[in-house]
Write a protein that binds this ligand. Structure first.
Ligand SMILES: [Zn+2]
Length: 188
């Protein structure tokens, strides 16, 4: 018999909420009604709440909680003890005005970073360790600090992009255009 992808000490309330090939490590908890894609790694001590969405090939390192209304795209890396939120004005009883957070495909959230709710972290963006993100993060932006500010632009491969006349070409071969404060991949 194939080895279970779930550690015997993992708590997966409904196995149907977890895609094929996803591994759930010890003391991680996936609630019923959460949606987790394929080939993810949910490391020790994660909590995936009802109403959250995790894409495919996502790594969630130890001690991360993905709350209701947090949407994590494909190929995202979430560093250890990163913090998401879903309520700007928390009170002790349940509220109905939770705000969503979106993390775009290929983004990386550094260890111990905090992401306030109601924001989007763009595709292939990088949030430095320990940052506090209080504003939306554009695609391919490198941000860090408290509050996190944009410090540069990064290729998909994580190398810095240097724009000249609105164009950049990474050593890996990918090309980008910068216009109106937004970076887009250009045709090769
Ligand atoms: Zn590159």
């Amino acid at each position: 018999m194939a080895r279970s992808p779930f550690h015997p000490k993992a708590l997966v309330e409904d196995r149907r909420s977890v895609g094929a090939g996803t591994r759930v490590w010890a003391f991680a908890h996936v609630m019923r009604g959460a949606r987790v894609g394929r080939d993810c790694n949910l490391c020790d001590g994660c909590f995936i709440e009802t109403g959250s969405v995790v894409g495919d090939r996502v790594t969630v390192k130890n001690g991360v909680s993905i709350w209701e209304k947090v949407h994590v795209g494909d190929d995202v890396f979430i560093g250890p003890n990163a913090v998401f939120t879903n309520d700007l004005r928390p009170v002790s009883r349940r509220r109905d005005d939770l705000r969503p957070t979106f993390v775009g495909q290929g983004a990386c959230i550094g260890a111990n970073a905090t992401i306030l709710c109601g924001l989007t972290v763009g595709r292939y963006a990088f949030v430095g360790a320990g940052s506090v993100v209080t504003r939306p993060v554009p695609d391919h932006a490198l941000v860090y600090g408290n509050p996190a500010r944009r410090r540069g632009w990064l290729c998909r491969c994580r190398k810095s992009l240097v724009f000249r006349a609105g164009s950049a070409r990474c050593a890996c071969g990918l090309r980008y255009r910068l216009a109106a404060g937004r970076v887009r991949e250009a045709a090769r």
